[in-house]
Design a protein around this ligand. Structure first.
Ligand code: NAD
Length: 321
């Protein structure tokens, strides 16, 4: 018996679909986020299944162990919301879904780029209003532009391949370079060179102490005037207030974001009230050269299927172990 937390209708559909052949797995679906306040919902189950926003802290783990729960199957790649040492001490096995959506996120970065280069977000609104004027919609080609990719792991690598396909010069920065990208014709440089030469900079590194607010007033000043910044990684890689200053000055010419520093407040809770409370986010939405999506980079049918298949596999593996 498995309790599925933070369960959206699309999670339920894919999990039910891919567990059809494993009748031994019995799912109960909870929309609630798992936390100390909701952990009693897990009572009576053998395993739980969580997402990025569930808070599986030490107290929750201790409670789960007391209930006889022996597995946590995460429907995401990262473990940062689970106290892994507490789980180990309690004898609870933690499973995850590695690299479920590199292509999905990389393609979403491309979607943000192309929305901004061709201003399709503005064009669509105009056409809906019966206005076919092209004034203000002048775009630019990606071909021969220099694209800087910061972080060339699974998603960054997929992104670089896409941008090479568009005929871009691709500059990369990573603490551990990837030989395959060099063979593809991408060039690793230091950050300073990447900042100086790139027309578009896309972030694909994790959020950690060295990358927190990587994009700030100081780094932006080293970039080309009118640079395009794309963030599909983690919100806190960008200092939002300083990005707004750079939008006002024209240093940032285009900004595409799928993630935002305060997104746990904005996207995972009551969206309508929280968006209004966040004045920096509100201000960002007023710029015509800013496109924001609500952490949907991973959200393709292929990625959801992959998550559900791997989760069902993980739970079956655990059942048989
Ligand atoms: P990954 O671990 O495969 O790659 C991360 C890369 O960043 C690695 O090559 C690592 O060496 C590099 N790196 C680490 N520290 C760095 C630094 N200081 N400077 C430059 N590079 C550094 O991760 P991934 O699967 O490619 O995911 C990248 C990020 O995308 C994740 O951190 C995650 O936050 C984000 N993500 C977003 C979505 C979404 O829906 N928008 C979905 C999945 C992942």
């Amino acid at each position: 018996k498995v309790a599925i937390f933070s369960c959206k209708p699309y999670d339920r559909r894919t999990l039910e679909h891919f567990s059809q052949t494993s009748k031994e797995l019995e799912f109960s679906f909870f929309e609630s986020r798992l936390s100390q306040e909701t952990m009693t919902l897990a009572s009576g189950f053998d395993a739980i299944c969580c997402f990025v926003n569930d808070d599986v802290n030490n107290n929750v783990i201790r409670y789960l162990a007391k209930q006889g729960i022996t597995a946590i199957a995460l429907r995401c790649a990262g473990f940062n919301n689970v106290d892994l040492s507490a789980a180990k001490a309690a004898g609870i096995k933690v499973y995850h879904v590695p690299d479920y959506s590199p292509t999905s996120v990389a393609e979403h970065a491309l979607a943000l780029i192309m929305t901004l280069t061709r201003k399709t977000h503005i064009a669509y609104q105009r056409v809906k209003a019966g206005n076919f004027a092209l004034e203000g919609l002048l775009g630019f080609n990606l071909q021969n532009k220099t694209v800087g990719c910061i972080g060339t792991g699974r998603i960054g690598q997929a992104f670089c391949r896409i941008m090479k396909g568009f005929g871009c010069n691709v500059l990369c920065y990573d603490v551990s370079p990837n030989e395959a990208l060099i063979d593809l014709g991408c060039q690793y440089t230091d950050l300073e060179t990447l900042y100086k030469k790139s027309d578009i900079i896309s972030l694909h590194c994790p959020l950690n102490a060295s990358t927190h607010h990587l994009i700030n007033g100081k780094s932006l000043n080293k970039m080309k005037d009118g640079v395009m910044i794309i963030n599909t990684s983690r919100g806190a890689l960008v200092n939002a207030q300083e990005a707004i200053d750079a939008l006002y000055s024209g240093k940032i010419g285009y900004l595409g974001m799928d993630v935002y520093e305060q997104e746990n407040r904005i996207f995972f809770e009551d969206m309508s009230s929280h968006i209004i409370q966040d004045s920096v986010f509100q201000l960002m939405l007023t710029f015509p050269n800013v496109v924001v999506t609500g952490h949907q980079g991973f959200f393709t049918q292929e990625a959801l299927d992959h998550i559900a298949i791997t989760t069902v596999d993980n739970l079956n593996k655990h059942r048989k172990a």
